[in-house]
Design a protein around this ligand. Sequence first.
Ligand code: HMG
Ligand code: MG
Length: 309
Amino acid sequence: MNLPQRFPHSGLPSSVTVYEVGARDGLQNEKTTVPTEVKAEFIERLADAGATRIEATSFVHPKWVPQLADAEVLFRLLEARPGVHYPVLVPNPRGLDRALACGVREIAVFASATETFARRNLNTTVAGALADIESVVRQALELGLWVRGYVSMCFGDPWEGPVPPDAAADVVRRLADFGCDQISLGDTIGTGTPGHVRTLLDVLAARGIGPERLAVHFHDTYGQALVNTLAALQAGITTVDASAGGLGGCPYAESATGNLATEDLVWMLDGLGIDTGIDLPALVETSRWMADHLGRPAPSRAVQALTKD
Ligand code: HMG
Ligand code: MG
């Protein structure tokens, strides 16, 4: 299999944590519901390939996201492995109760920078979502859980259009004040460009939220996810969200396509000599295997190219 040549570049981190979202952001958007055992094997293969933070599922309302209605069964099937974390998405207090009942130790809450998406995704307002999130985060931190906060629509919104960096930063600031360990900046519909990414990160830094507390979550709708990632790395970000095979989207956001593909990301990071701990051929094999189950080729460019080798 072809592998990238290494040409390290100054001003970049020596290692990056890939936060793998294929099993959640990817599968929540598939038309076909994948059997629970296949999801469990997918997650196991991702861990075998070296992924250490694998968002496993979502304790949202099963009527809203039927693809992940098996959250309890799936989470209990996951094998505990040293150094491997399985955070789950939690929308509200009821979601936290369900997650705790399964022994979850890492959660991700999600807010929106825009009112329309808060209504469509969480059936509430930005303020209403933040009130729910504050109580979930407080309870989770008291119990010693690790908590990530997502902010969706940080760059653009399909209904409201451009989102000013200050508006996104206001919501990020609230999640930081609640005590979230990490906050992931969601470009849910993929309209961001590298200067925009840099501007948002600069605005956040000026408001006391540095890159060590942030992650980036790019969807690749306009082909900008990888170049936006490079801009984020240059600004000091060391956690990058990606989805094996480039699966993904958001059922409640028109025009959201797949996430940045993990293989495309790892190809670039390997080429830059940045350590991820992920074995690219093993990851490609996993995405090919999943593509067979989904009955369609993986959207990832690297998977497609390496499949022809
Ligand atoms: P709602 O209908 O307003 O809920 O939905 P409610 O509070 O009015 O309760 C209605 C019923 O649902 C009640 O049951 C509750 O108990 C039950 P009843 O009394 O009628 O029998 N209920 C629940 N059941 C199971 N699990 C729960 C739960 N909560 C309430 N957690 C809700 C509100 C938040 C539940 C709903 O809007 C929802 O599930 N939304 C999730 C949508 C979603 O999953 N979107 C995709 C994930 S976000 C994303 O992909 C973006 C991200 O990738 C970053 C980026 O790209 O930007 C993270
Ligand atoms: Mg997403």
